[in-house]
Ligand binder design. Structure first.
Ligand SMILES: C[S@@+](CC[C@H](N)C(=O)[O-])C[C@H]1O[C@@H](n2cnc3c(N)ncnc32)[C@H](O)[C@@H]1O
Length: 221
């Protein structure tokens, strides 16, 4: 039986690897506006568990907002959400009123303008995070919070890829796994302090942690 499994795995073609931009441009038309698999459901529950109270008229930047999942949550509390993404196709399916086409590495926002930053399941697509964290910190007010989630590094280090299906094919998306210590160091270097962490596990994944969810605060040092 093991032998058969090995044979099958050997023959399964490796999915074609796409850059994040190529991937989401292809995926956007069918990308659901809600948590659409158990990993995302676990991620969303953890993000909401760590989310500080949102007050009306707060400015909340939903960075790499995709189809607007977290903008909608912020808006449901009366906040002014702004959804930013570098995929025009994803922004086209995002119903948020305020949408911006730009990259996480160069945010088109003024210094200290945001009460909060949310970035769900996107930082793993970025090869070098220094500019991204520098930009998060730059746009956050003193005392502002951020919520950041990423695929758990154990998943990638066990050989799994981030995949999706479109046009009858399965594709893999570029992803750079990071340990908690990587996030800790890069946050610290940009005046951000990690104040809470969750690593929800999934029974379907052998009870392994599937996402890393961080809450951070901006402090001057
Ligand atoms: C898995 S989706 C998550 C979308 C949304 N944050 C959510 O949690 O539902 C990842 C999103 O990150 C965006 N993205 C990836 N790299 C980006 C970058 N460098 N700048 C801006 N957006 C980026 C993609 O276009 C995609 O919409």
């Amino acid at each position: 039986m093991r032998h058969l499994l090995r044979q099958l795995l050997k023959r399964a073609p490796a999915p074609h690897m796409l850059t994040s931009l190529e991937a989401y441009d292809r995926w956007a038309a069918t990308y659901p506006p809600h948590a659409h698999n158990p990993l995302m459901q676990a991620e969303e529950s953890a993000m909401i568990a760590l989310m500080p109270a949102i007050h009306s008229r707060q400015i909340i930047l939903d960075l790499a907002g995709g189809s607007g999942r977290y903008s909608r949550i912020a808006e449901s509390h009366g906040a002014h959400a702004i959804s930013l993404d570098n995929s025009a196709a994803m922004l086209a399916v995002n119903p948020c009123e305020r949408r911006v086409l730009a990259s996480l590495e160069a945010l088109p926002f003024a210094e200290s303008c945001a009460d909060a930053v949310i970035c769900g399941l996107a930082v793993g697509h970025v090869r070098a995070l220094t500019h991204v964290f520098a930009e998060f910190s730059r746009v956050m007010k003193h005392g502002a919070w951020a919520l950041i989630s990423d695929f758990h590094p154990f998943i990638a280090l066990n050989g799994a890829k981030r995949t999706f299906s479109a046009d009858g094919r399965t594709y893999a998306v570029e992803h750079y796994p990071r340990l908690y210590s990587d996030f800790h160091a890069i946050a610290y270097a940009h005046d951000l302090t990690i104040t809470a962490v969750l690593e929800p596990r999934l029974a379907q994944a052998g009870d392994q942690p599937v996402v890393l969810v961080l809450r951070l605060e901006k402090h001057g040092r």
